[in-house]
Design a protein around this ligand. Structure first.
Ligand code: PA5
Length: 428
């Protein structure tokens, strides 16, 4: 990926970050880079995620999914980091296999999927690092029950990805299900390039090697200077802008296929950096659609935002048919792709003219190689930002608190978090 930070730099008219400030920040980037390299070398918790391009074995994943490789529909049951990486990859790429991501436990929504889909030709991909997440386990029990009711042997149609031990691992062992292990030292939101994100991609027939090669190429760019490394340029610029008041980061890909990527990015940025009263609030947007809903605010609202664009250079295009209506003649000479590009250029220029900082991330096209690079690059950007903020990027105590409170409220054990919720309820 290429990163262009030109429109984030301060000018007379714009409040961005000055080149001199970024040059001063670069010594902190160099120190952070040393820390990151050391963490990777020692395979420390979290930093190990950046080793996945070398550690993930595509053959192992393909062999494990073999029994369900004929699935016409794949249910992925998981949530957060155990869902969004897989969804980003499979929603971005075309496949004959339909993918359904069951993360929410809204009964109406879950039921509508189970009633719509013919389960004879479906399969289940259940993913939970801890093996204890209530939403995932509940949805899995519901889905396997639906398979049973439809006369389908779910044990023949299920693959499990989980940690070394835990209730889901026990269940996989008890039913002799094909299973893969979530790699040690890799938190959920950094696991897209492991079995967690790649089982669904394998069932959909995507090129796993190319995903990893794209990521490996991005790894090669990690150096001690933000002026030489696209991922660090992004992480450092976002951090520096946040310190200057851009507390919101609107991620706006100009490709419908990358809509889920913006969701994945929102989790990565929010859950990794939102600590100790720090962090930048990620917002999801989609070009061109949200030009007609959010752009007004981005251009003329408070100066508290960084807008991050993602553009692609190549892709399927389609001509716009000519018409006799003279006011529309200009469209007849163009394609939808040209219109999309013009919309992007106009939006970028309009924000720059209004002095609203923005950054452009350029991909050649949306394919496995470029996606691997994008996922890896943004993870590295996030790890770098975490070092600059001095937060623990790889933990998520607020998420764990809510998980325990939920389990406690449902009678799944005694947790002080559940007692705190009960106390609060009594106070009202
Ligand atoms: O990034 C994270 O750590 C979280 O979002 C988890 O992925 C999410 O809570 C699901 O956890 P688990 O995989 O243990 O079911």
């Amino acid at each position: 990926m290429n990163v262009d930070i030109g429109n984030a730099l301060a000018t007379v008219a714009s409040p961005g970050v000055s080149r001199a400030s970024l040059e001063r920040l670069d010594s902190q980037v160099a120190a952070a880079h040393e820390r990151i390299e050391r963490g990777m070398e020692n395979r420390e918790h979290g930093y190990e995620s950046l080793n996945l391009p070398q550690r993930t074995d595509p053959d192992e994943i393909r062999a494990a999914v073999e029994p369900i490789a004929d699935a016409e529909v794949l249910f992925t049951v998981g949530i957060g980091g155990s869902s969004l990486g897989a969804a980003t990859i499979t929603n971005a790429l075309e496949s004959d296999t339909e993918t359904v991501f069951l993360d929410n436990v809204d009964p109406e929504w879950v039921t509508s999927h189970l009633e719509r889909i013919s389960l004879e030709n479906a399969a289940i991909n259940v993913v939970s690092r801890s093996g204890t997440t209530a939403e995932t386990l509940a949805n899995f029990l519901v889905v396997r029950d639906a398979f049973e009711s439809a006369g389908v042997d779910w044990t023949e149609r299920t693959i499990v990805t989980t940690g070394e031990a835990g209730p889901l691992r026990d269940l996989a062992n008890r039913h002799d299900l094909p299973s893969l292990k979530v790699p040690d030292g890799v938190p959920g939101r950094f696991s897209a390039l492991s079995a967690v994100g790649m089982v669904a991609a394998a069932v959909c027939g995507h090129d796993l090697e190319a995903l990893l090669e794209g990521a490996a190429a991005e790894r090669e760019t990690l150096t001690g200077s933000l002026f030489e490394c696209p991922a660090y340029a992004y992480g450092a610029t976002a951090y520096a802008l946040d310190k200057r008041g851009a507390g919101v980061n609107a991620m706006m890909p100009y490709a419908e296929s990358l809509e889920t990527y913006a969701e994945w990015f929102a989790q990565l940025w929010a859950e990794s950096l939102g600590k100790d009263g720090l962090g930048q609030t990620p917002v999801r947007a989609l070009g061109v659609t949200d030009q007609h809903s959010q752009l007004q605010l981005y251009r003329a609202g408070p100066r508290d935002k960084l807008v991050t664009f993602i553009t692609t250079q190549e892709g399927t295009d389609r001509g716009i048919p000519e018409t006799d209506v003279s006011e529309l003649a200009y469209l007849g000479d163009a394609t939808l792709g040209e219109l999309l590009a013009a919309e992007f250029e106009a939006t970028e220029a309009s924000l720059a003219a209004a002095g609203q900082p923005n950054v452009r991330i350029e991909l050649e096209r949306v394919d496995e190689y470029e996606l691997g690079g994008l996922l890896y690059g943004m993870e590295a950007a996030c790890v770098l930002a975490g070092e600059l903020y001095s937060v623990n990027t790889f933990e998520q105590p607020a998420v764990e608190w809510a998980k325990k409170a939920t389990r406690g409220l449902l009678g799944g054990g005694e947790f002080e978090e559940a007692e705190a919720v009960a106390d609060k309820t009594e106070l009202r």
